[in-house]
Design a protein around this ligand. Structure first.
Ligand SMILES: [Zn+2]
Length: 290
């Protein structure tokens, strides 16, 4: 079992224009959970989002990054999960006062799902938003891919305190005609318990799910937790706050202490550096600000 932990495995149907991937996150999932004590239903959704983001991230090109974001309301306020082209994940959720509702639709309360893909050195962005109108995240993602890119897609997602796991099937983008096997697969896979299926190794799982199909499994790829924050990122975040906010920050603290929301790493920015940023923002010289 350990050799399948924290890996993603892509596969294709040899005789159908369908591709897929399987992911199991164990240590990576534990690391994503260390920052915050999440209520059970928020933790479960964060885990499903982690699995989904890795499944989607496996199609990223060089230098790419995919961000899945749920903008909710009073219960689940925000959920962000990011994956880069090396399958490195980071993410967090913000939630309101407990107790929180258990049902997904009430938890996200008319929120929206947004997937952003950034790729290449020119930082091309592709973004689309759908309402969270379905009964769970997997169904919402299915709707998202049908609507935004017209790619029929199936997601099976599950998470508990130990593991986040998922499976994605997608009709290949080149495909034009209808697909009878796709319809059959949708019917046969509905209602399967992904968490218990994830206990099987990849070959057994594939055989159990698709006994009639000729499937080619690719090599497994490691998935890890990685934040990627740096002094430069923190300074960019400070620039977004604007000069007035920075002046009041530096009046209260020297050095200014900032904690990365994704990994809890502590950063200290000296008053001198803050004044330097204020000077850049206001177009003045540093000495005239003191
Ligand atoms: Zn960080």
């Amino acid at each position: 079992m350990s050799d399948t932990a924290d890996t993603l495995r892509r596969f294709i149907f040899e005789e159908e224009e369908i591709r897929g991937s399987i992911v199991r996150l164990d240590n990576t999932w534990q690391q994503l959970l260390t920052n915050e004590q999440y209520p059970q239903q928020v933790g479960q959704l964060l885990g499903e989002a982690a699995a989904a983001t890795a499944l989607l991230g496996c199609n990223l090109k060089f230098d790419g990054r995919l961000t899945l974001q749920i903008q909710g309301n009073e219960h689940l306020r925000l959920l962000v999960m990011q994956c880069d082209n090396e399958l490195r994940l980071r993410g967090l959720a913000r939630f309101g006062d407990e107790p929180l509702p258990d049902a997904f639709t009430e938890l996200v309360d008319n929120g929206t799902l947004c997937v952003t893909v950034e790729s290449g050195a020119k930082a091309e962005r592709y973004q689309s938003i759908v309402p969270l109108s379905e009964i769970n995240l997997a169904e919402c993602l299915g709707l998202y891919y049908r609507q935004s890119v017209q790619l029929p897609s199936l997601f099976m997602l599950a998470a508990n305190e130990q593991r986040a796991t998922g499976l994605m099937l997608q009709v290949m983008p080149e495909r034009k005609a209808g697909n009878g096997r796709w319809q059959q697969l949708m019917e046969s896979l509905g209602g399967l318990d992904m968490m218990s299926m994830s206990a099987l190794d990849d070959e057994l799982l594939i055989t159990a799910l698709f006994p009639e199909d000729d499937i080619r499994l690719f090599d497994s790829e490691p998935v890890t937790f990685h934040c990627g924050c740096s002094d430069t990122h923190i300074e960019n975040m400070l620039r977004v706050l604007g000069s007035e906010e920075l002046v009041s920050l530096v009046a209260d603290q020297n050095p200014v202490e900032i904690c990365c929301e994704f990994c809890n790493r502590q950063y200290e920015v000296s008053a001198e550096r803050i004044w330097g940023i204020v000077a850049e923002l206001t177009g003045t010289t540093e000495s005239s600000l003191h």
